[in-house]
Design a protein around this ligand. Structure first.
Ligand SMILES: [Zn+2]
Length: 229
């Protein structure tokens, strides 16, 4: 059972609010969804403990950077309103920054951002997924209609360069496999797939670097896409 070593407190979520029956309990952990709680820490805990609300998630990060871990990271929780994605992505909530008594759309920053990036790094190490927007790193609104997180996630702060060429290839391979899996699951991911392949095209058009081309040819081959001559 994977537990984040930097968690300040483990505030256990109710055992009843995980998975879908006894056979579907383990998250495939292909990536993450970063949420905004649209409320306070106390409000988030209230939602978590309320057995009448079908809402649960891996961890909550407070404004002061404290990390409250509710379940082991491989547990399926109910965070994004989609059985398919709940089984594949790990959900993290961020306590809202209040302005004039209302949750604001101020981006996650400071201690909260520092903890959030560390938790995401931990999950990547633990479960071995690449962080590729918007394939393995999603916002809630990209899955279902909701006001969360409403622009609060500064995605570039979470990015890091792959260690080397092979690392980059491995990351792209994994992302493409995830797209394949998603399509097999009858989920409408065509747009994202096209965007992703479009990004590869854009990369290719930037330089005529022989190595980069070889790498991209390889990616196209894995994706079963024709090489755009
Ligand atoms: Zn959300």
């Amino acid at each position: 059972m994977a537990r984040y070593p930097g968690a300040n407190t483990t505030v256990s979520g109710p055992w009843q609010k995980t998975g879908y029956g006894p056979t579907l309990q383990v998250n495939e952990a292909h990536g993450i969804v970063l949420h905004d709680a649209v409320g306070s820490l106390g409000g988030a805990f209230g939602e978590l403990r309320n057995l009448n609300r079908r809402a649960s998630w891996y961890a909550t990060i407070d404004l002061d950077g404290k990390v409250y871990e509710h379940y082991a990271s491989e547990k399926i929780t109910w965070h994004c309103g989609s059985l398919f994605w709940n089984c594949r992505l790990i959900g993290i909530e961020h306590v809202s920054a209040y302005v004039n008594g209302h949750p604001s759309t101020i981006p996650v920053r400071g201690a909260q951002l520092e903890s959030s990036t560390k938790v995401v790094e931990f999950l990547q190490r633990e479960h071995g997924f690449p962080l590729i927007r918007p394939v393995t790193a999603k916002e809630h609104t990209e899955i279902s209609q909701t006001s969360c997180p409403n622009g609060r996630i500064p995605w570039p702060a979470y990015e890091h360069e792959p260690e080397d060429e092979m690392g980059a290839i491995e990351e792209l391979k994994k992302a493409l496999l995830i797209i394949d899996a998603a399509q097999a699951g009858q989920i409408k991911l065509l747009e994202e797939t096209q965007q992703f392949l479009g990004e590869i095209d854009a990369l290719l058009s930037v330089g005529k670097d022989v190595e980069a081309e070889a790498r991209l040819r390889y990616v196209y081959q894995i994706a079963g896409q024709p090489w755009p001559a």
